[in-house]
Design a protein around this ligand. Structure first.
Ligand code: ADP
Ligand code: GN1
Ligand code: MG
Length: 357
């Protein structure tokens, strides 16, 4: 299957080496080395259970790669490579959707921030991406997954999973379900700000976890995983990025005593972010930013919980309790954020509100 796909891109190549690559939860990712080609590639089977319109995400990627390079020499995105028919998407005989992009050399990903410069660079990287996308009109893009970050949609999915209890796991996670349920009403209000147009709709990344950035030496060098790029608010990207960039531990850490919201990393991220977005961000956006880490952590936390209750049909899992372990980490992070609420607000005031346009 793989060799058939590779042949579509490199018909003259005799040998190729394909190795599974990275820690993504959604697509199947391989590093591809082809004989006679000086550079390596990333080959990905797009998860079409998740992305129902793979051509749409390829089209979005092409739009970005046309314009985004002018924004920096030091930061980049991977470029899509056409197959021999000139298409950027290859559908194999079984109906699988594939794409090939350039491999960003000498780079690495980070899963846990353990030094402040890493968080600063993460903020710089996602800030750069926000600025580079500010030339686009949200109305020219479509959401890759409808209502992806809409809290009410995610809550409905959780309620349905609770009701159906497909995997028979509900009883064992009642306390976790209760934890999330208790916070639902308080967090719902942010959705209305978006609907009322108080927070402007932009083109944003929508999946800003820290391992969707590539680092080279001690600098951020690329923003990857562009599948979800489309309409959204800066709030989503800022909050979702902090969910991992300011987590003191892994997203699936079993020892919850290691998990807390690292306020120093949070501040460093915010400082890196504002160096890039200072010319585009507005006061109305910043005013709600203090709610972003908690809301985005909450949304991802209930998505992991929902998937656990449904029997692990969405995220890749390495073992049966993987999704509930991830959800417990988000729960612990939420508790830590709640505990430091005032401190978070103060840092945003000091770092962001003083420089807004
Ligand atoms: P998923 O949607 O499954 O998360 P990603 O597009 O994020 O898939 O890719 C998974 C991993 O593969 C990334 O976290 C990164 O380690 C690696 N990766 C993806 N694209 C590139 C690239 N162009 N160059 C180098 N590494 C990459
Ligand atoms: C998925 O694709 P990946 O692994 O970078 C997910 C995100 C979640 C994240 C949680 C399309 O991100 O929304 O926040 O897992 N992406 C999709 O780790 O659902
Ligand atoms: Mg990814």
């Amino acid at each position: 299957m793989l060799s058939e796909v590779i042949h579509n891109y490199f018909p003259k190549s005799r040998n190729s080496e394909v190795i599974p690559f990275g820690n993504g939860h959604i697509n199947d990712t391989y590093k591809l080395a082809v004989s006679n080609m000086p550079q390596d590639f990333i080959l990905q089977r797009i998860n079409t259970d998740v992305f129902k319109n793979p051509q749409g995400i390829v089209d979005t990627h092409l739009k970005l790669q046309k314009s985004i390079r002018k924004y920096s020499d030091s930061l980049t995105i991977a470029e899509l490579i056409p197959n021999t028919s000139g298409n950027f998407l290859t559908i194999d005989q079984r109906g699988n959707a594939w794409r090939v992009t350039t491999f960003i050399n000498d780079s690495y990903t980070i899963d846990v921030v353990d030094e402040d410069w890493q968080a600063f660079e993460a903020g710089f990287g996602y800030g750069w991406f926000a600025k580079a996308c500010s030339e686009f009109n949200a109305s020219d893009f479509k959401e890759a997954i409808t209502d992806f970050h809409r809290l009410s949609f995610r809550v409905n999915q959780l309620n349905e999973a609770i009701h159906l209890n497909k995997a028979g796991r509900l009883e064992s996670v009642k306390d976790i379900v209760n934890f999330y349920k208790e916070r639902e009403a308080k967090l719902s209000k942010i959705e209305s700000y978006v609907d009322e147009g108080i927070i402007p709709l932009r083109v944003v990344h929508n999946d800003t976890k820290i391992n969707n950035l590539l680092f080279r030496n001690k600098k951020v060098s690329a923003v990857i995983d562009l599948d979800t790029v489309g309409p959204g608010i800066l709030f989503y990207d800022y909050g979702d990025a902090l969910r991992t960039s300011a987590n003191s531990a892994l997203e699936d850490e079993k020892d919850l005593s290691k998990v807390h919201f690292n306020i120093q990393a949070f501040e460093a991220f915010t400082k890196g972010y504002i160096t890039q977005v200072d010319s585009i961000i507005t006061k109305s956006e910043i005013e709600n930013f203090h709610l972003a880490p908690i809301l985005m952590t909450y949304i991802i936390g209930i998505r992991f919980l929902t998937d656990y209750l449904n029997g692990d049909t969405y995220y890749k899992v390495a073992y049966p309790d993987h999704n509930i372990d991830r959800s417990k980490v988000q729960k612990k992070l939420i508790e830590s954020i709640e505990y430091q609420e005032n401190h978070i607000k103060n840092i945003i005031e000091k770092t962001l509100l003083s420089v807004h346009v």
